[in-house]
Design a protein around this ligand. Structure first.
Ligand SMILES: [Fe+2]
Ligand SMILES: [Fe+2]
Length: 335
């Protein structure tokens, strides 16, 4: 099963979203229309109207026709996202589905969710949706040791703020787990804080966010506002937990006091923020940006080791290297 989820623009200008047949569950009534493409380059045609009960035969009929993807109109994408989020717990608990397919669905659902948060950061659903996703994620990644490798295979190599948020959440969970930093409640707060750590970038102009090459002073000052803007958004949405807000506010602080926004010194930077900073930098280095190619995992770790010793918690960073070395995916991964 591929994780590809992309938009297909047909000749008539109608927009559809590609959806895996495997993500449609039996005995559900999707609140979106399902279209299929009868041949390449043909506009998708309506296959099933919304709100019809789907028994298991629908998926089998599609598979019999060698159809692995269907289409949902972009105008109904929110209903599809809600369906995926509702399905996640059942999907992750299904013993007939393999670990990699589950990792892909988790990654895809989380990415969609963060994308919708960036489009609408003032949604009342920010807290309940992110909390439910993180609960499912924590339950899942505690299940088996191959999930880390699966995540490394699944994660997006192209930088987007929302895929970055999911990557940082996943890396941080695995590093904190490896370091045995805290209990389930700690991991939950870490998950929510990392998923939302860059939500303040929703207030940064697209022009600045997508600017290729070096930023000028004005653009850089705008970027540097995102931790405070992020905390404003979270507080407006009722987040009061100190750890979640601390991650959002301080993930760009450095141990030598050269970070932003508060130039905190090492003794003011807790372990969980140090974890996030390492994962944040690693993901930024290993993903492709408009102004730079992706570095592979090994080169990125070398850059961090050689160029950032005063900035990062080096003992923790060495543990991050040890964690990465547990997966063959980390060595070959070229993001
Ligand atoms: Fe950030
Ligand atoms: Fe970040």
């Amino acid at each position: 099963m591929t994780v590809t989820m992309k938009n297909n623009k047909s000749d008539t200008g109608r927009l559809f979203r590609l959806v895996e047949v495997d993500y449609l569950r039996a005995n559900t009534s999707p609140d979106f229309d399902i279209y299929i493409q009868t041949s390449d380059n043909r506009e998708p045609v309506l296959y099933r109207e919304r709100n019809l009960v789907m028994d298991g035969t629908v998926q089998n009929q599609l598979r019999d026709k060698d159809i692995t993807n269907v289409f949902v109109p972009i105008s109904q994408e929110a209903a599809y996202q809600e369906y995926l989020e509702d399905s996640l717990e059942i999907f992750l608990a299904d013993t007939d589905i393999n670990t990699h397919a589950k990792t892909e669905m988790l990654y895809s659902t989380a990415t969609d969710m963060v994308k919708s948060f960036f489009e609408n950061p003032n949604s009342d659903l920010l807290a309940p949706r992110s909390e439910r996703l993180v609960d499912n994620m924590i339950q899942f990644i505690g299940q088996d040791e191959t999930i880390f490798s699966s995540f490394l295979k699944t994660g997006s190599f192209d930088y987007k703020t929302y895929t970055h948020s999911v990557n940082v959440m996943m890396y941080s969970q695995f590093l904190a787990q490896h370091l045995n930093l805290g209990d389930k409640e700690f991991m939950r707060k870490l998950g929510i804080g990392t998923l939302l750590h860059d939500i303040g970038k929703s207030k940064v102009s697209n022009r600045t966010l997508n600017h290729p090459g070096r930023l000028n002073n004005k653009q850089w000052n705008e970027i540097k506002m995102h931790p405070e803007w992020g905390c404003d958004i979270l507080e407006d949405q009722g987040f009061t937990d100190e750890m979640v807000l601390d991650i959002t506010m301080h993930h760009h602080e450095k141990l030598n006091g050269a970070g932003y926004p508060h130039q905190l010194s090492a003794d003011k930077i807790p372990d969980y923020v140090r974890v996030v900073t390492i994962c944040d930098i690693f993901d930024a280095l290993t993903t492709k940006r408009s102004y730079k190619n992706a570095a592979d995992s090994y080169s990125s770790l070398e850059i961090m080791r050689l160029e950032m010793p005063g900035e990062l918690d080096m003992a923790m960073f060495l543990e991050f290297i040890a964690l990465m070395s547990t997966s063959p995916e980390a060595v070959v991964n070229s993001r």
